[in-house]
Ligand binder design. Structure first.
Ligand code: NDP
Length: 256
């Protein structure tokens, strides 16, 4: 009875950026709970490795090479997932990137690239997946925000704008799609050890130690920390939870 609340067998999940980092952590969790997975990313080698990893967990997995900033490619991706995996029950909008510069040095094309990748892609993927999510009867959208959905940072104006925006976008969709029994929630990761933050740690001396000192849990997060929350938000266990933004941060956002 308890486990059936978290049972994703027979469901299909799309995970953008599912070929590495936090996306792969979530895809593994969803696969372990029984969901078939479409891994969406640009890097074919990383995606092939992720698909092999997921298939070992006993589910169907496909890689759909897609730049999520390209609307035509996103439309083709959604069509292919429905054609090959039969349905869409869960959409995880996780693909993201950052350009670290103070706001007065950020160029317009850099601003647009960050907003397109982190925010507009979630809009397009969700909009185009909506008919299939509605047909599912219990659709789930999981958007990935950040501590910069809450806090400011001098080096991340476009990133913070995109991550603040994703929380408000989550709330709008939660309202709009509740009558369709689609729940829409956001996860706000703290500082997690991935390619994204490995780059940041190279650029910013002392970042590693500052995060450790500021995080009550006393450690950086790992990608495995996202498996459980992904399963919870994708499963019937969260059917009365919508429009929230849940920090997964070792207490970073509640540190006094
Ligand atoms: P990674 O750099 O490890 O992963 C980013 C993923 O996004 C990759 O799989 C990449 O795939 C994909 N991606 C990026 N741009 C595109 C694009 N245009 N089209 C398709 N896929 C794309 O970073 P994380 O795992 O750390 O980040 C995942 C999410 O978590 C992001 O939204 C990030 O902002 C957020 N986050 C991360 C935190 C952290 O501490 N790590 C903290 C807070 C939020 P490919 O290489 O194949 O293009």
């Amino acid at each position: 009875m308890t486990s059936s609340r978290f049972d994703l067998r027979g469901k299909v999940a799309i995970v953008t950026g599912g070929n590495g980092g936090i996306g792969l952590g979530m895809a593994r969790g969803l696969a372990d709970a029984g969901a078939d997975i479409a891994v969406v990313g640009r890097n074919e080698t990383k995606s092939a490795d992720a698909v092999a990893d997921l298939r070992k967990r006993g589910v169907k997995a496909i890689a759909v090479t897609t730049d999520v900033t390209n609307t035509a490619a996103v439309a083709a991706m959604i069509d292919r997932v429905v054609k090959e995996l039969g349905r869409i029950d869960v959409l995880v909008n996780n693909a993201g990137m950052s350009i670290r510069k103070p706001p007065h040095e950020l160029e317009l094309d850099e601003w647009n690239k960050v907003i397109d990748t982190n925010l507009t892609s979630a809009f397009m993927c969700s909009k185009l997946a909506y008919p299939a999510l509605k047909a599912s009867g219990n659709g789930k959208v999981i958007n990935i925000g950040s501590m910069l959905s809450i806090f400011g940072a001098s080096f991340a104006a476009a990133y913070a704008a995109s991550k603040g925006g994703i929380v408000q976008y989550t709330r709008a969709c939660a309202n709009a799609w509740a009558p369709d029994n689609i729940q829409v929630n956001a996860i706000l990761p703290g500082w997690i050890d991935t390619d994204l933050t490995r780059g940041a740690r190279k650029q910013i001396s002392g970042l590693h130690e500052r995060v450790l000192a500021r995080t009550p849990a006393g450690r950086w997060g790992g990608i495995d920390d996202f498996a459980g929350i992904a399963v919870f938000l994708a499963s019937p266990a969260s059917n009365f939870i919508t429009g929230t933004a849940i920090p997964v941060d070792g207490g970073y956002s509640v540190m006094t």
